[in-house]
Ligand binder design. Structure first.
Ligand SMILES: C[S@@+](CC[C@H](N)C(=O)[O-])C[C@H]1O[C@@H](n2cnc3c(N)ncnc32)[C@H](O)[C@@H]1O
Length: 219
């Protein structure tokens, strides 16, 4: 399913830290990378309100889903990920919170009804998918969002150049994030039927460039 799948990994998805063995270090790594404020910016962009039904695709260890719940206790959060190890960690973090749950599943086959959500979030996830899976994922998110609902994306890529530093230069020469570069994400989402805009982009020391997008399902 994913062109980036390490041949040593027995999965049909690319896990959060690339390999199962690295998963226990994932949260520490994201903290050291200064991701907390970046996650907050994504959640703020989504403008969650009380009662909003919110889906995070590729929720991993729950960094964003749990954070969104703490920032907006009145919202209903669902995190979806195919990795049972990551889901177990997310469920531990959410212990004691209500109106939040984690489910096993794939973004390209969302186990939800049409128009079930007001918001969808995708944080550092799209670069884990191959091109065909991204297209199916975009169509699935459009389906499960209500008309007027919106998808909020944070990912590596956008208009990354060699001037963004050493990591950017490495990524520009690899294929890992190639499908996220330039206007690839707005093009993908526009072709799926969203109204999509890039909302912010910032250089990031560890991943070259992080870019934010808002994609709205037309009302
Ligand atoms: C880098 S992690 C990001 C986790 C979390 N969103 C965050 O920002 O901390 C990417 C996640 O995408 C998940 N993933 C990979 N392929 C997927 C798919 N087809 N559908 C849903 N999630 C997927 C991985 O299991 C992993 O947990």
């Amino acid at each position: 399913m994913t062109e980036h799948r390490p041949h040593t990994a027995p999965h049909d998805y690319l896990p959060a830290a690339g390999r199962d063995a690295f998963l226990p270090g994932y949260d520490l790594l994201t903290r050291l990378m200064g991701m907390g404020p970046v996650y907050d910016a994504l959640i703020e962009q989504a403008e969650l309100t009380d009662g909003a039904r919110v889906l995070e695709i590729g929720s991993g260890t729950g960094n964003v889903t749990v954070r969104a719940k703490r920032m907006h206790p009145g919202a209903e959060l669902v995190g979806l990920d195919p990795d049972p190890r990551a889901l177990a960690r997310a469920q531990r973090k959410a212990r004691g919170l209500t109106g939040i749950r984690f489910e096993r599943g794939y973004s390209q086959e969302l186990p939800f009804a049409d128009a079930e959500f007001d918001r969808a979030l995708s944080s550092m996830m799209l670069h884990h998918l191959d091109e065909q899976t991204k297209k199916t994922t975009a169509a699935e998110i459009l389906r499960v969002l209500r008309p007027g609902g919106s998808l909020h994306i944070l990912d590596i890529g956008g208009h990354m150049t060699a001037a963004d530093g050493f990591m950017a230069r490495r990524m520009l020469h690899g294929d890992h994030v190639a499908g996220n570069l330039g206007d690839a994400i707005p093009r993908l989402l526009t072709e799926a039927g969203f109204d999509c805009t890039e909302t912010a982009s910032r250089r990031h020391r560890f991943v070259g460039r992080l870019t934010f997008y808002r994609a709205t399902r037309p009302a």
